[in-house]
Design a binder for this molecule. Structure first.
Ligand code: GDP
Ligand code: MN
Length: 379
């Protein structure tokens, strides 16, 4: 789950990381009022869950409250990478001397968190990483020992941070590490962390990603979820504990197990088709879950065929078959259904589906090929 900039910065601030004064507004009038309260120049920033807002025109400086209102109105009317801007953050503007990149994230290959920093922070950081990777400094964090202050000092030296900011930088680094741990984050990023003209170190931007699997123990963060920008089918899937990701193809997939789901998608592609979704109904899925999954798959108008690939281990094929029958009653699908059941109670499952007007398949290759053919006919 991604957090908005204003949410991330509020969390940063609780852990002692300096942020600019400011608040969120949903209207131009509110933005104007916040600008009046703050006094002086402000920056108006689109709150959408994508990067590159600055380059897209979603971050603008205003010299007075009247201009703040005008720019807020403009930004609130924007669409950034397909996402409508519903809120803006109004922050006191900073006079910037240097923009630093600083983050902590997971390095899966190293099986450790990693601290990443660069003196060349700001909106072109991707380009810096691609063209001059030596300007990006990385330091792995031992998950048991945690981030040590000397590591933060080493990184500061490696990015040529002026000595006078050493103490503040270490405070920011230790603070961000505490944020990262406390929130079960997979990413905590400050870009830019700026040195201001009045010689302060301030987190100007904030971005956080929280591990979805940890949200059960992060109720406060779960509350912060902005479902406005999620696909409605993904929200619905979450309610039933289904791992579902919508894709652009036309073959709906219902599979148990993430690995098998990915394999099924690969085999569909091998036969020239495109999956409409990734869906893992999980182990031991009940018929209610199967019904919900089918409803979700079939609400996508792109779906021209549905492939069921069920490997019965803990999941019982007869239970899945019952779910399919209940779902067929409820959603009355008009598209062809291709089913492959193997494993626990597969025989019983197949029998249940015998009269259900489904295309059966013996192997995954057979099922994928039939799905691709059926979807082509449906187009
Ligand atoms: P992003 O483009 O989504 O990463 O949004 P940021 O919050 O990082 O803003 C983009 C860029 O706008 C920053 O890298 C800064 O160069 C600039 N910017 C943001 N806030 C201020 C500010 O208060 N003062 C000045 N002078 N520039 C700012
Ligand atoms: Mn940024």
């Amino acid at each position: 789950m991604k957090l908005h900039e204003y949410q991330s910065k509020t969390i940063f601030s609780k852990y002692g990381i300096p942020i600019p004064k400011g608040r969120v507004a949903a209207t131009a009038q509110e933005a104007k009022q916040i600008a009046e309260e703050l006094g002086g120049r402000v920056v108006i920033k689109a709150q959408v869950l994508v990067g590159g807002r600055g380059k897209a025109g979603g971050v603008k400086l205003a010299k007075d409250p009247a201009e703040a209102a005008q720019l807020a109105a403009q930004i609130l009317g924007m669409d950034i990478k397909g996402l409508p801007v519903r809120k803006v953050l109004v922050d006191e503007a900073s006079a910037i001397d240097q923009e630093i990149y600083f983050s902590i994230t997971n390095d899966r290959a190293a099986k450790k968190p990693v601290m990443i920093a660069s003196a060349a922070g700001g909106i072109d950081i991707e380009e810096v990483a691609a063209k001059t990777p030596d300007k990006i400094i990385k330091s792995h964090i031992d998950p048991l020992l945690g981030l040590r202050e000397y590591q933060a000092r080493d990184v500061a030296v490696a990015i040529d941070l002026p000595r006078e900011y050493m103490k503040d930088f270490v405070k920011v680094a230790m603070g961000l590490w505490e944020v990262y741990k406390a929130t079960d984050a997979t990413l905590a990023e400050i870009n830019p962390l700026v040195i201001t003209k009045d010689k302060k170190l301030v987190a100007l931007d904030g971005k956080m990603m929280i591990d979805d699997s940890a949200l059960f123990r992060q109720p406060d963060l779960n509350e912060m979820r902005d479902t406005d920008e999620d696909d409605p089918s993904e929200i619905e899937a979450r309610k039933y504990g289904l791992s579902f990701i919508k894709l652009d193809g036309n073959i709906g997939c219902m599979v148990n197990g993430a690995g098998l789901a990915m394999t099924s998608m690969d085999v569909i592609k091998l036969f020239g088709g495109e999956p409409a979704n990734f869906l893992d109904i999980g182990g031991g899925a009940s018929s209610e879950k199967v019904t919900a999954a089918m409803r979700i798959i079939l609400t996508d108008p792109n779906v021209k065929a549905v492939l069921f690939n069920i490997f019965g281990g803990i999941t019982r094929c007869d239970e899945v078959a019952r779910g399919i029958l209940i779902a067929m009653e409820e959603v009355k699908p008009k598209v062809p259904m291709i089913v492959r059941l193997v494993g626990t109670n597969a025989e019983e499952g197949r029998k249940l589906l015998e009269n259900a007007n489904m295309i059966t398949a013996e192997t995954l290759a057979d099922a994928a090929r039939k799905s691709v053919e059926a979807a082509k006919k449906g187009n």
